[in-house]
Design a protein. Structure first.
Ligand code: UGA
Length: 439
């Protein structure tokens, strides 16, 4: 049976979830305090860049199952299920900032009407869902609500695909209480469409669901950091990290995914979640030394790439450097914790002129760096007159970059390819000095 759902927060997780849940046949209202955003979404404008989202958004608006509103409490009062998908940014001490969650609980406890399932999609520290239940218990009668933890595993740029074809669905609930069992039934209805395509559904308690999310992100961050360090070693001893990663990946226990070396992981999740799990460890008196070291090594990787550019050119002062790729990864305009920030900062500090191009992320980069560097809509315009060409994001359009043209436009002959995207043999044949990662 289709359910009436409110999704609080229309950021990338909330919006993709609202659109996806309505596509599953549920009646969904996406709510937010940002009136302008709500208005644009109601008109079918996706507000974020996410592959496929626009079509799904418009289709579900047209069907009448999906609406957007600023009337948060009104919408909650008409819903059986309320998803919390607000941000939990990093606070000063590395722990997760819970203020948006507090507001959401406030709204839920005032709006709630009849039995309501409160589902946390936001990434929240272990124990948060128990705490949400306690907070609600202070204001609502026992038995009138249930709390569920349903962490998301959406990758930016592939969020729509990940929502409709997840590797697994994790649903944590209070296995000890009757409301928990009632919530489980409702969640089965919400996700019936995924159940029908045989998506594995993991039913567990609240703490397990919360920790699954952190453990997964921290493990992936560790895997990337591991291969980055291995790449640095391969580089030093004359081995080829591509052959190493590929062969390691042939071992089914390892898998070839997330073994691509680069300038370090970035984005809104791995940096924040790794720090949060270290701080959770501290809270429980458990040393998370592996993850602590991953955070340090990932920072060092960004600096290493910056130094590689500097060492290639001898010195940075007065040199012109073309940086292609500013987003933390391809298929997104997101620059949060992007390695490009740290690396470009280093180049500018050293007195270099930096010319940049990114297919999507230039506006965001500009709001951070302003006129300290130049921005070009065409990669070759950025390359013109440069002493060194640097690739920091693995956009497809860089893989096929016309190197002959690049060479003819450049003043120097250095390429630092921090994503190993270019054909290094061809680069060498054309007379470039090529430096990749781990080769
Ligand atoms: C990540 C997880 O992959 C999602 O499952 C999770 O839901 C999400 O965080 C979240 O917690 O919300 P995302 O941050 O969008 O998704 O990006 P990823 O595709 O995982 O990439 C993260 C970073 O690792 C990027 O900077 C990327 O360039 C880097 N990376 C990834 C590598 O350097 N090498 C690799 O082999 C893979």
């Amino acid at each position: 049976m289709a359910q009436d759902i409110t999704v609080i927060g229309t950021g990338y997780v909330g919006l993709v979830s609202a659109v996806g849940l309505s596509d599953f046949g549920n009646r969904v209202t996406g709510v937010d305090i940002d009136a302008e955003k709500i208005e644009r979404l109601s008109r079918g404008e996706p507000v974020i860049y996410e592959l496929g989202l626009e079509d799904y958004l418009q289709r579900n608006l047209e069907s009448g199952r999906l609406t957007f509103s600023t009337d948060i409490r009104g919408s909650i009062s008409r819903s059986d299920i309320v998803f919390i998908a607000v941000g939990t940014p990093e606070s000063g001490d590395g722990s997760a900032d819970m203020s948006f969650i507090h507001h959401a609980i406030e709204d839920i406890s005032h709006g709630m009407n009849g039995f309501t399932v409160v589902v946390t999609k936001s990434t929240v520290p272990v124990g948060t869902n128990r705490w949400i239940a306690e907070e609600l218990r202070k204001r609502a009668p026992e038995g009138k609500f249930a709390v569920v933890s349903n962490p998301e595993f959406l990758r930016e740029g592939k969020a729509v695909q990940d929502f409709f074809h997840p590797d697994r669905l994790v649903i944590g609930y209070d296995t000890e209480r009757p409301e928990g069992a009632r919530a489980r039934k409702l969640m089965e209805d919400v996700y019936r469409a995924l159940y029908l395509i045989e998506t594995p559904i993991v039913w567990c308690n609240l703490e397990t669901a919360e920790l699954i999310k952190y453990a997964s992100n921290a493990f992936l961050a560790t895997k990337i950091t591991f291969i980055n360090q291995m790449a640095n070693l391969a580089e030093a001893c004359g081995a080829d990290i591509h052959a190493i990663a590929k062969t390691m990946g042939m071992d089914g226990r390892i898998s070839p995914k997330f073994l691509h070396p680069g300038p370090g992981y970035g984005g809104s999740c791995f940096p924040k979640d790794t720090k949060a799990i270290v701080s959770t460890g501290e809270e429980f008196g458990v040393e998370m030394s592996v993850i602590r070291e991953v955070i340090r090594a990932n920072d060092a990787q960004k600096v290493r790439v910056a130094e590689k550019i500097e060492n290639s050119l001898g010195e940075l002062r007065g040199k012109t450097i073309a940086v292609l790729g500013l987003a933390f990864k391809a298929e997104t305009d997101d620059i949060r914790e992007s390695p490009a920030i740290r690396i470009v900062e280093h180049l500018l500090d050293g007195g270099a002129h930096v010319r940049t191009h990114d297919p999507e992320a230039m506006d965001n980069f500009k709001s951070l760096f302003g006129d300290r560097l130049s921005y070009h809509n065409d990669p070759f315009e950025a390359i013109e007159g440069s002493d060194c060409l640097v690739i920091l994001t693995e956009w497809n359009e860089f893989r096929n970059l016309d190197l002959t043209k690049a060479k003819s436009l450049m003043a120097g002959n250095w390429i630092v390819d921090a994503r190993n995207t270019l054909d290094r043999e061809q680069a060498k044949e054309l007379g470039f000095s090529y430096a990749g990662i781990g080769r």
